[in-house]
Design a binder for this molecule. Structure first.
Ligand code: SF4
Ligand code: SF4
Length: 326
């Protein structure tokens, strides 16, 4: 009997939502994974990293990796799978762009450690101890922890990535489509995103209510205003990132009356998703016609967090900010 191709599935700095999306394929999961031999899937099966070390280089056909990279253990595992795999698949928005974990890049490592281990109101830590990569207990025992890095990285900032599937998490139809591509060998060019190239607005059921010329005089927050469930959010003054976000999510947020937050990432050719969002806002916000433009601008709470929610680590902003702090 011919050997089945080997597949590894790994989570790094992830919330497990991407693994859950695979499990959520339900019965289709059996059919989808039947032709493959899973050699690693920490969230679901008891394989050891030593099994992966024992494989020949490039013996794994495909490694599906979700999550960003924040510590030395995650980096080491990413390099291990890169060595042992023919193809690396960045699965989910954290792996593709850094994801919501990447928002931590707006703080330094020191600020994060101080808040989590010293300053947060619920912390009791009289000695002020902060976890260290190495702690000597006595002459014979030294405990080690992975090193917490200064910043969060997207997967391709650490290893070479062959294909990408954004989504937080990726939807079932695109997962099945991707697996079929890999198993048939019918693959797009390296570096492709296995998702649509069009904007969410183009497939949004509310698109016909979007006026050709949008003007916002007041920014409404979704929890403060009962949105009309059939009308374009932007036409109601509620920020929606559909015009600059790749479609393919299945419009899940829109269908439950929630505006798009951009988890599918930017459209092809966009270098900095956050800058694109700010530019979109500048085009439609009628600040000049407002009696109090400053108040209008301040009504957008946390613009950096809003526009860079999923893409901060790969943004130009992050690179410039890091360089200025070096
Ligand atoms: S992309 Fe979303 S679902 Fe997947 S690990 Fe990141 S936060 Fe979780
Ligand atoms: S802006 Fe949002 S609500 Fe309006 S058409 Fe685009 S995706 Fe739909």
């Amino acid at each position: 009997m011919a050997k089945k191709p080997k597949i590894a599935i790994l989570w790094l700095s992830a919330c497990a939502g991407c693994d859950e999306a695979i499990v959520d394929l339900n019965e289709s999961l059996l059919k989808t994974l039947e032709p493959v031999d899973i050699v690693l899937w920490p969230v679901a099966m008891d394989y050891k990293y030593s099994h992966i070390h024992a494989l020949n280089d490039k013996e794994i056909l495909l490694s599906v990796i979700s999550g960003a990279i924040r510590n030395s253990e995650q980096e080491e595992l990413a390099h291990l799978l890169a060595k042992k795999s023919k193809m690396i698949f960045a699965f989910g928005t954290c792996a593709c762009y850094g994801g919501s974990a990447g928002l931590a890049n707006f703080c330094s490592k020191e600020e994060i450690m101080n808040w989590v281990y010293k300053d947060a109101p619920t912390v009791v830590n009289p000695s002020g101890q902060i976890p260290q990569p190495k702690t000597r207990i006595n002459e014979n025992i030294e405990l080690t922890l992975p090193e917490f890095y200064e910043q969060v990285y997207a997967l391709d900032q650490i290893i070479d990535v062959d294909f990408y599937l954004p989504g937080c998490p990726p939807p079932p139809d695109l997962i099945i489509n991707a697996v079929q591509h890999f198993l048939s060998g019918d693959l797009p060019p390296k570096g492709s995103k296995l998702a649509s190239r069009t904007a969410l607005c183009e497939v949004c059921p509310r698109n016909h209510t979007k006026p050709p010329r949008l003007e916002i005089k007041e920014i409404k927050r979704v929890h403060e205003y009962e949105a009309d469930p059939d009308r374009c959010f932007l036409a109601q003054g509620i920020l929606c990132l559909g015009p600059m976000t790749r479609s393919g999510c299945g419009e899940t947020c829109i269908s439950v009356n929630t505006p798009c937050r951009g988890c599918f990432g930017p459209l092809p050719g966009v270098l900095d998703a956050g800058a694109k969002g700010i530019s979109m806002l500048a085009c439609i916000l009628k600040a000049g016609q407002s009696r109090n433009p400053k108040k209008l601008m301040n009504s957008l709470v946390d613009p950096a967090g809003y526009f860079y929610r999923f893409t901060q680590p790969v943004s130009i902003l992050n690179q410039k900010w890091r360089r200025s702090n070096d």
